[in-house]
Design a protein around this ligand. Structure first.
Ligand code: ZN
Length: 206
């Protein structure tokens, strides 16, 4: 089934909010990406904008919604699979948009800006919190995260998304990035890991 909506949580890890000198939010903060942004990282070269300043990687835990949200439905019933993803961001464009108080679409919504690994079984929140997800670039680990470090946990994000935007089968949510974001360049090799196993990879193209 095709992906319907792509929601993304901003500033959901304390250390990341601080590294970008953002205030730590008191309620969830979300934005969306067009479905054209989505691509599965299967080892191919993926084109990225190379003429609009730095492109940053942000590794994130991604959930896929398997059924229509009803109030009180548990995360374990709503989420049918997960992936490890990259929320690619044109950081300089985003800084300009922030200054002007404009929406982030230009910085966050370009084609291929929402990368996912292969889809993986969801074993429940507690089980998922016992493993880290990581991003490796050119053989060096750049980011390591764990869903237990989120400011707003997954049930809170599901309730918030459903209330404000609607949540149904085929929607996916990028749940925020831990610290360690940085820029990519043409030729970089990015590897996504879950439970320390490689689950996705790509090369940066132009
Ligand atoms: Zn992000």
């Amino acid at each position: 089934m095709a992906i319907k909506n792509i929601y993304c949580v901003g500033r959901n890890y304390m250390q990341h909010a601080k590294e970008l000198k953002n205030t730590v939010p008191t309620s969830p903060f979300l934005f969306a990406k067009p479905t054209h942004a989505l691509v599965e990282g299967q080892g191919q070269t993926i084109s990225m904008p190379q003429d609009q300043g730095d492109v940053h990687y942000e590794v994130e835990f991604v959930v896929h919604i398997g059924k229509r949200y009803e109030p009180g439905t548990r995360a374990e019933e709503l989420i049918d699979k997960i992936a490890i993803g990259i929320d690619f961001t044109l950081r300089e464009v985003q800084d300009e948009l922030k200054k002007k108080g404009l929406p982030w679409l230009l910085a966050k919504g370009f084609p291929n800006s929402a990368v996912v690994s292969q889809w993986l079984p969801f074993e429940g929140l507690e089980a998922a919190a016992s493993f880290d997800f990581t991003l490796e670039m050119n053989g060096v680990e750049m980011q390591r995260g764990n869903i237990k470090e989120m400011i707003f946990d997954i049930p809170t994000i599901l309730d918030f998304s459903a209330k404000h935007f609607g949540l149904d089968e085929g929607d996916i949510i990028f749940t925020g990035t831990p610290a360690g974001v940085g820029k990519t360049a043409k030729g970089d090799h990015l590897v996504l890991r879950w439970k320390e196993e490689k689950v996705g990879e790509l090369f940066i193209g132009d």
